[in-house]
Write a protein that binds this ligand. Sequence first.
Ligand code: NAG
Ligand code: NAG
Ligand code: NAG
Ligand code: NAG
Length: 310
Amino acid sequence: MLRGLFTLAALVIGLLPLLSAAARYPSYGTLQTTTSSGVLNVVINNTYSTINLFDLHVQSDLANLIETLQANDTDIRVVVFSSANKQFFIGHIDVEYFLPGYASPLPLYDPGFPDMLFPVALLWNITQLPQATIAVVEGRTRGIGNEFLMSCDMRFASTAPSVLFAQLETSLGVNPGAGGGMYLSRLIGRGRAFEYVLSSADVDARTAARVGWVNRAFDSPRALHQYVQALAARIALFPAAGIIATKAGINAVSRPAREVIVKEAQDVIAALIGTPAVQGAFERFIRVTNNQSIGPVELNYGEEVGRLFA
Ligand SMILES: *[C@@H]1O[C@H](CO)[C@@H](O)[C@H](O)[C@H]1NC(C)=O
Ligand SMILES: *[C@@H]1O[C@H](CO)[C@@H](O)[C@H](O)[C@H]1NC(C)=O
Ligand SMILES: *[C@@H]1O[C@H](CO)[C@@H](O)[C@H](O)[C@H]1NC(C)=O
Ligand SMILES: *[C@@H]1O[C@H](CO)[C@@H](O)[C@H](O)[C@H]1NC(C)=O
């Protein structure tokens, strides 16, 4: 009897850290989270959108998640982002956000970083989380979706035809405002960054893996997830201090400087957005994408981009 109670007590005590970790990482609306031995799996599941739009729901949920992760929680050492939508990892930013009359519940500029637009601050914060971050890509990711990927430490993709990467901003008369062109220059080189960003082309996963846009591409989703979970579990064994120190060093040489992102990317797009040309492009974009919903243009933007100019 006594022995049974001890066993039960040991079991409960053994489970406690798991239970408290689960309680500390609830779901954040559009983000479903699960923890397992130091790894937090985050599934981006924007049920308000057919294309996993990076809208205000996703942005505010991510900000809440980041705030928790920034507290240097030693229970979680690796964060793995994936998407519930296998057609869209993250479609792109919600363009409505920039049109007149849009009442945003989020501040335009981050109160904590007053020189940064809220989504720019969000991605900057992801680059320097105390945890290792990995993105698992099984759908299209364009614009800020691709900037989100590059703010993670590592990216792995499936070679499914649904996986396409693009910085599409140039086609709309703007630039990648969170530093997408700058991160890409470092990942894939100056010539390729110009080619893909200026053309706003869709890049498939095999090409992305060949040029260094993603770390590696896998022909089967199972192999993709197995590889990433094994990698995450391995890193999660290591002391948090080592992960934080290593990230700081790699960030110091491989991340564009904060002031360069702010001045040469963010402030540039901020100045362009209000111009009649860009407002017109955004309105046409909303029209041809059928209000940013799943359809020929969102599925095949690289090939359908001409519709913007028809
Ligand atoms: C987390 O660790 C980083 C790097 O050591 C440090 O700069 C930051 O102040 C810490 N944050 C908290 C909330 O302790
Ligand atoms: C996404 O959210 C919807 C609505 O809550 C839910 O039915 C669905 O199972 C979720 N998908 C995943 C993969 O978590
Ligand atoms: C980013 O982190 C800083 C603290 O370093 C905080 O003040 C700010 O509000 C955060 N912003 C977002 C959007 O996560
Ligand atoms: C597009 O969809 C959003 C959310 O579903 C809605 O609030 C908005 O009014 C729609 N815009 C247009 C131009 O139809």
